[in-house]
Structures are given as structure tokens and as C-alpha cells.
Design a protein around this ligand. Structure first.
Ligand code: PGA
Length: 249
């Protein structure tokens, strides 16, 4: 199976009111004909209006979904609802959800399956804390998260893995290119042992954590990095545009 186009994914987190949709118009103006795939995951309130604005140029995704399609779960949103609002992607297992909402690997696995059932491509996030890295546990943490949260049935069409070291998110600290390469190579190898080389090669592996226009080229030059999951720098079309340009080489 052939790998998909490289992916520049923006995660707006809990940021953005309707007047922020102008950034999408600006992004389409500057990078609407980019050869890589562009995705924005806005807060749930903006999924439908953003999908209407973005047309086919920019994909829209959710930042989380419930494991069930519907039911008595006040405040939650299902993958089916995101799909209905125009999303084609959903993020699962972001470290902020694992930390703020106590999401376990089992929960992330169930949410990922729900995303697939609704026809969404899932960006599943994994990554170690600083304590785990300093204790030399990075690869074993990654192994545990991959084994626990990636369901059976993963393919290059339905799964993207984002490696996001928790200590690099929103901190301005970025791992060395050697550290990124080590983890990305390890993820590819682990996926290939479980799903076969064809599938493992087709799954896109994103790096996430303090990606900016100024460091993106260096990160994208690393083997087995197929794009980025970008938080803060995805909020402004100029910054995200710089990262997209770097991804296009
Ligand atoms: P950041 O966030 O780019 O602001 O570090 C990345 C993420 O959490 O996906």
C-alpha cells in the first residue's frame, strides 16, 4: 500500500470563535493548491462552519469523540456527529485528554474504533512525559500505548499516528532530530511487526510538539516523519502556512 500525501494537521484546542474562520480563508488563499494534505481540527462548535468554508481544499476534523454513537452522555460528542457536521478526521488520545480526562489506552482504543465506524480517519496521539524520558522509558511507553490504544484493523487509510512528547507540547522545547528519528523508526517497526510492512509503510507518522515555521524544515527532513500535528502555530494562517511550505519542501 502506498503512503498517502504528507499531512499538515492543525489542532486549535479550545481556541477559536466564528470570527477566527477568516484564518481559513487566508490559508486557502495562500496554500489552497498545496500538494500536501491540510487539516484543521477546530473546537466542535466550528466544525460545521469550517467545513462549509473550507470546501475540498482543507479537511476538517474533531479533537475527540465518545466511544458510543449516541446516548445519555451529557456534553460529549460522537464520531458520527462529527462526520455529520462535515469532519473527515478525528484526533484520539491527545495527551491533554489523557491527562485532563484520565483517558486510558483502552478508552482511546474504543474512541478510535468509534471514529472508524463513523468513517473518520483517526489521528491517534502517543508520547512520553519528561519523567519517563529521563528514566529511559520512552520506547517502552510508546510500545505500551501502541499495543493498548491501536485497535485491530489499522490501515494506511484509517490511521495516522502522532508522536507528541508531552514535554514538548506548548513549551517551545523540541526533541533533537536524533530523538525524533529514534521514536519514529521504532513506531514504524512496531506497526510492521503487528500489521505487516505494507500497512506500516502506509500509515502516516506525524511529529507534534512546538512545531513552528522556524524548526519545521529540520523536523520534516527526518526519516519516517510524514507531517506534523501543530497546536499554537496552527491558529494563524501565516504561521501554519510557513509550516505547510516547509512540508512541501
Ligand atoms: P503545540 O501543540 O504545537 O502548541 O506544542 C501540539 C499539540 O498539542 O498537538
Amino acid at each position: 500500500m502506498e503512503r498517502h500525501r504528507k499531512l499538515a494537521a492543525g489542532n486549535w484546542k479550545m481556541n477559536g470563535l466564528s470570527d477566527h474562520l477568516g484564518e481559513i480563508a487566508a490559508l486557502i488563499g495562500s496554500h489552497g493548491d498545496a500538494t500536501c494534505e491540510i487539516l484543521i481540527c477546530p473546537p466542535a462548535t466550528l466544525v460545521a462552519p469550517m467545513a462549509a468554508h473550507a470546501g475540498s481544499r482543507i479537511a476538517v476534523g474533531g479533537q475527540d469523540c465518545h466511544a458510543e454513537a449516541n446516548g445519555a452522555h451529557t456534553g460529549d460528542i460522537s464520531a458520527e456527529m462529527l462526520r455529520d457536521a462535515g469532519a473527515t478526521y478525528v484526533i484520539t488520545g491527545h495527551s491533554e485528554r489523557r491527562a485532563d480526562h484520565g483517558e486510558s489506552d483502552e478508552a482511546v482504543r474504543a474512541k478510535t474504533e468509534a471514529g472508524w465506524k463513523a468513517g473518520l480517519v483517526v489521528i491517534l496521539c502517543i508520547g512520553e512525559t519528561l519523567d519517563q524520558r529521563e528514566a529511559g522509558e520512552t520506547l517502552s511507553v510508546i510500545d505500551g500505548q501502541l499495543a493498548g490504544s491501536v485497535p485491530e484493523g489499522a490501515t494506511g487509510d484509517n490511521l495516522v499516528i502522532a508522536y507528541e512528547p508531552v514535554w514538548a507540547i506548548g513549551t517551545g522545547k523540541v526533541p533533537s532530530v536524533e530523538q525524533i528519528a529514534e521514536v519514529h523508526d521504532h513506531i514504524r517497526k512496531t506497526l510492521s511487526e503487528r500489521f505487516g510492512t505494507g500497512t506500516a509503510d502506509a500509515v502516516r507518522l506525524l511529529y507534534g510538539g512546538s512545531v513552528k515555521p522556524g524548526n519545521a524544515s529540520e523536523i520534516f527532513a527526518v526519516d519516517n516523519v510524514d507531517g506534523a500535528l501543530v497546536g499554537g502555530a496552527s491558529l494563524k494562517a501565516d504561521d501554519f502556512g510557513g509550516i505547510i511550505s516547509a512540508l512541501e519542501g
